[in-house]
Ligand binder design. Sequence first.
Ligand code: URA
Length: 237
Amino acid sequence: MERLQKVIANSGYTSRRKAEELIINNRVKVNGEVVNTLGFKVSSNDVITVDDEIISKNEVKEYYLLNKPREVICSVTDDKNRKTVVSLIKTKARIYPVGRLDYNTTGAIILTNDGNLANILMHPKHKIYKTYVAKINGLLNEVDFKKLRKGIIIDDRKLIIDYVKVRKIDKLKNTSLVEVTIHEGRNHIIKKLFEVLGYDVLKLTRTKFSFLTVDDLKSGEYRPISKEEVKELYNLK
Ligand code: URA
């Protein structure tokens, strides 16, 4: 027996959090009866539906790596009618993004209908490394560079920075290009990080998600993640 929200998420239908919302909003039925309690347990014989559509446990798993362009939202649908990352991938599978990049952040994002893998990659305990390159206003000085190396307190919690490198200082334009590797997934974390030091992030791109880079993908391009790579991602657990 497993918790209903876990079974829905593992089917690849949606994330665990979204599955919980579906349950609370009376959209889930088990054997034809609405179930709106989160602790409810189901067995493999139970028929689960969302909006009266049967959740298939055997959906073929698909995995994509997208180089997300600017002005695209990291979700399945958008109430403001903005372009979504899911709409950029040609598939009938119910894929969704693993984590989020901001509307104007570009770079590496995984999309899949494999709830198990998505949960592994998003769980903070697995410490998945992500590398970002931020263009900031101002010239990053030695003092701030050292602060970055030591880690920065953001919203009362220290953000450990695994690696930091100044890629470029443009004295004429008064900007710096800084590469930062972290293993946390808090919202807007890189923008907050530089904000604490007094810089604005002008541009942000994620160049690497664990070992996956988007070096060979143009903006908006994507590729399937190979079986070997999927295995490697599972091994990050
Ligand atoms: N940090 C941010 O501030 N934005 C992102 O999109 C990702 C990390």
